[in-house]
Design a protein around this ligand. Structure first.
Ligand code: GUN
Length: 288
């Protein structure tokens, strides 16, 4: 068997086109343009790349993009004052503070200062609580993108056994709640989990989000399982230079799995598309 390759790039492009259509209608019929504010503190190169990409795709979808680039030594008070301004700004419907923040800033305090209605990352404790209790929440973008790919690939997920590898607040935990919400039987595995290969071998759905290059091997996988790879790791090539790989060893897993996301071109493009979807949702909710 050779796995179906789940084309996240194409799915994300289709979602962005759908969003752009809705945004155009919202502007025409109601004179409202969704606005997304992105706050970047410091000069982390990877974060700069993400923020640039978010800004470009926001504008391409017909939305307003507001970028706030602050120096690495920005005080907590100054950052909280900016968030307060953005919370009150009627042109801003979504607020994203790029993580990680410099060490002197308390991420929880900063994230929880965002108006939950504008929290398009779904990281505010109110949204975490709503998701955890199965209520209508802003859902974190990466797990939301994974869920969309899974539903499109498998249809109804009800009753399936799912293993989420990784317990981060950004991906692992919300992913587990989303799968539970779709009536999967969910295991959250992590660095202390005993006999991870045996747990993975029992799963119809595997979501890998640990940040360990090519950790999940083909002989762990139940034949026909669907494998979603959230990892983005840069490794050295034997012939020199580097390349991007996921948390899944694609070459050994693809011949066994039923479907698999590639890296790059799988989950990654879905994350920003879902951010735009959340911004549109926030705008529609704010304007009733
Ligand atoms: N850093 C890495 N991923 C994310 C994300 O999804 N949201 C934010 N705000 N920062 C991140």
């Amino acid at each position: 068997m050779t796995a179906q390759i789940i084309d996240g790039k194409a799915r994300a492009a289709a979602l962005r086109a759908d969003i752009a259509t809705h945004v155009a209608r919202l502007s025409q019929d109601h004179g409202v343009t969704p606005g997304l504010a992105v706050v970047l503190v410091g000069e982390d190169p990877a974060s700069q790349v993400y923020v640039r990409s978010k800004g470009r795709q926001t504008v391409e979808a017909g939305m307003e993009s507001f970028e706030h680039k602050l120096p690495a030594d920005t005080s907590e008070d100054a950052l909280l004052a900016l968030i307060d301004d953005l919370n009150k700004d009627p042109q801003v419907h979504g607020i994203l503070v790029q993580l990680p923040l410099p060490d002197h800033l308390d991420s929880d305090l900063v994230i929880n200062a965002i108006d939950p209605a504008k929290d398009v990352d779904g990281f505010h404790i109110s949204n975490v609580g709503l998701l955890g209790t199965g209520q209508d929440a802003m859902v974190p973008c990466t797990p939301l993108g994974c869920l969309m790919l899974l539903r499109e690939t498998l249809g109804d997920l009800s009753g399936m056994d799912a293993v989420v590898i990784g317990r981060s607040n950004i991906v692992g935990k919300p992913m587990a709640h989303l799968l539970l919400g779709d009536s999967c039987t969910v295991t959250i595995a992590h660095s202390r989990t005993r006999d991870l290969p045996a747990r993975v071998a029992a799963a119809d759905i595997v979501v890998a989000a640990v940040g360990r290059p090519q950790m999940v091997k083909g002989d762990w996988i139940k034949p026909g399982a669907t494998v979603i790879d959230v990892g983005i790791n840069r490794i050295d090539k034997p012939e020199g230079g580097t390349r991007l790989v996921g948390d899944v060893d694609f070459d050994s897993v693809a011949p066994v799995a039923g479907a698999i996301t590639p890296v790059p071109g799988g989950v990654g493009p879905m994350t920003i598309a879902c951010l735009l979807a959340n911004t549109l949702t926030a705008c529609c909710r704010i304007h009733g």
